[in-house]
Design a protein around this ligand. Structure first.
Ligand SMILES: [Zn+2]
Length: 217
């Protein structure tokens, strides 16, 4: 039984590692994006509420995110052996809300895994990202470049840089993350469940570090 949250700045590879760990432990992996997509598919009042924000591209308010989590973490047998959460909590207030919610069900988080990386490295990684304007395939000019410059391998569509991945936006995103992150980090540190992992290595290196940290061999 293992309940894990993944923390870390944009571009550090949280989603990928969270997925690997979930597979290794055979437990579900939830990102807030996945949770939203799933809830939007049904016709509940929560779904209607959520749709208002998602459809207009607005940030989903804390209380609605919280309701979606509640719906996801406690209503499925798939969660019997735990789960991996990434993209939540983003700040200390959310972490406390999540802990209270779990405590009401006699549950708790086992580890908060923090993937850290130097700001310069993150900025580099994110600003090297390109996406196919036709099929949405993601490339990285440094780590996973297309065979022909500017052209998608799969559909020959044109590769573009998303506004979110431009260097100024990237630095702003990292800055916002850092501001909210230190109280969150201290919170998990004080609970004795923070596991700090260097996220600068290759995907495999980072995964091995996490496995070691969780005593998975
Ligand atoms: Zn394509």
């Amino acid at each position: 039984m293992m309940r894990l949250v993944f923390l870390g700045p944009p571009g550090v590879g949280k989603g990928t590692q969270a997925e690997f760990v979930a597979k290794e432990l055979k437990i579900p992996h939830y990102s807030t994006g996945d949770i939203f997509r799933k809830i939007l598919k049904d016709s509940s009042s929560l779904s209607k509420e959520l749709a208002k924000f998602v459809n207009t591209g607005e940030l989903v308010p804390d209380d609605i995110v919280f309701e979606t989590l509640k719906e996801t973490l406690f209503t499925s047998k798939a969660n019997n052996n735990g789960w991996v959460l990434d993209g939540y909590p983003r700040n200390k207030a959310q972490a406390e809300m999540l802990d209270n919610l779990l405590a009401n069900n006699n549950e708790k988080i086992d580890y908060a895994i923090y993937l850290s990386a130097d700001r310069e490295i993150l900025a580099q990684r994110l600003s090297s990202r390109r996406v196919c304007s036709e099929c949405g395939t993601i490339y990285n000019l440094a780590m996973n470049p297309p065979k022909r410059e500017g052209i998608c391998d799969k559909c020959r569509g044109k590769l573009i840089q998303r506004k979110d991945d431009k260097i100024e936006t990237v630095l702003k995103r990292i800055f916002i993350f850092e501001k909210e992150f230190s109280p969150l980090k201290e919170y998990y540190e004080s609970r004795g469940i923070l596991l700090v992992i260097n996220g600068e290595g290759t995907t495999k290196e980072v995964f091995n570090q996490i496995k070691k940290g969780l005593n998975l061999g």
